[in-house]
Design a protein around this ligand. Structure first.
Ligand code: UDP
Ligand code: MN
Length: 251
C-alpha cells in the first residue's frame, strides 16, 4: 500500500497561469497515488481551470476561495507586501478535514504553481513518519534555505540568512507532514495577520511541531529536489493595446 500524497496548490488568474499549471501537472503525472487539490483565488471556479483540470489526467479536487480584497496584491505592488495563498491553503485544509477519514494514511504537501519539482522528492515525502523537511533551492535570497546540519535523519539546525529567529526558516515547498496531524490539531492553518516570512512557522507551530520533530530528507538535506522558481510576468504591451481597442487576439 502506497499512502496518498495530498498536495494543495493555490492558483490565480494571470497570463502565465495555464503554462504554469501545464508544467506542474505534467510533472505530477509521473507521481503515483497523488491527489491534487487545486484552489483558485477567485469568487467562482473559472472555465479555464475547470477545463484544464478535466483534461489533465490527474486525480484532483477543484476548489475556490477568493483572497480578501484588503490582502490582495495590486499589479504595482511588490509581491512580498502581502502573504500569498492564505485563503486558498486554508480552504484546501478544510476540504481534507471534511472529506478524508482521520484514519487515512497520507501526507500533506503545499505546492505553489510555479515551483520546480524533482520526482525524487515525492519518494522522499513518502518516507515521512510525522513531519519532514529538506532545503529549497533559490529561496530566502540564497542558493538554498531550510535545514542546515542534519544527522541520523534528524534536522539539527537551520541554514538561513533572513529572520533566523523564525521557528521554521523554510519555504512552503520545504516540508511535508503526516495527514493525521490535521485531525489532531484542527485549528492549524494560515492567517493573513502573520508577519512577513512567518506563514510556514505559523502553520508548523500550529501542528505543535518543533525542529526536533523534523525528519531530514534528500540525503540528509544535502540534495536540492525543489526550487522556488518564479515565472516572469508576461509582457503584454501589444495585447494590452488591442484589448483597449476592443480587439483582443482570438480568445
Ligand atoms: N497566489 C494566489 N493569489 C495571489 C497570488 C498568489 O493564489 O494573489 C498563489 C500562487 O498561484 C502560488 C502561491 O499563491 O501558487 C504563491 O504565490 P507566488 O508564486 O506568486 O509567490 P512567490 O513565489 O513569489 O513567493
Ligand atoms: Mn511562486
Amino acid at each position: 500500500l502506497l499512502p496518498t500524497i495530498y498536495a494543495i496548490t493555490p492558483t490565480y488568474a494571470r497570463w502565465t497561469q495555464k503554462a504554469d499549471l501545464t508544467r506542474l501537472s505534467q510533472t505530477l503525472l509521473h507521481v503515483k497515488n497523488f491527489h491534487w487539490i487545486v484552489v483558485e483565488d477567485a469568487d467562482r471556479k473559472t472555465l479555464l481551470v475547470t477545463k484544464f483540470l478535466s483534461n489533465c489526467g490527474l486525480k484532483y479536487t477543484h476548489l475556490n476561495a477568493k483572497t480578501d480584497q484588503n490582502f490582495k496584491l495590486k499589479d504595482s505592488d511588490p509581491n512580498w507586501l502581502m502573504p500569498r495563498g492564505v485563503a486558498q491553503r486554508n480552504t484546501g485544509l478544510t476540504w481534507i478535514r471534511n472529506n478524508i477519514s482521520p484514519q487515512t494514511e497520507g501526507y500533506l504537501y503545499f505546492m505553489d504553481d510555479d515551483n520546480t519539482y524533482d520526482l525524487q522528492l515525492f519518494k522522499e515525502i513518502r518516507t515521512t513518519q510525522l513531519a519532514s523537511a529538506w532545503p529549497v533551492g533559490l529561496s530566502g535570497g540564497l542558493k538554498f534555505e531550510g535545514p542546515g546540519f542534519c544527522k541520523d535523519g534528524k534536522v539539527l539546525s537551520w541554514y538561513t540568512a533572513w529572520k533566523p529567529e523564525r521557528p521554521f526558516p523554510i519555504d512552503m515547498a520545504g516540508f511535508a507532514v503526516n495527514i493525521k496531524l490535521l485531525f489532531q490539531y484542527k485549528e492549524a492553518g494560515f492567517s493573513n495577520a502573520t508577519p512577513r516570512g512567518y506563514l510556514e512557522s505559523h502553520f508548523l507551530t500550529g501542528l505543535h511541531l518543533t525542529i526536533n520533530d523534523m525528519e531530514a530528507k534528500a540525503n540528509q538535506c544535502t540534495d536540492i529536489l525543489v526550487w522556488h522558481t518564479r515565472t516572469e510576468k508576461a509582457k503584454m504591451k501589444q495585447e494590452d493595446k488591442l484589448i483597449k481597442l476592443g480587439k483582443p487576439s482570438n480568445p
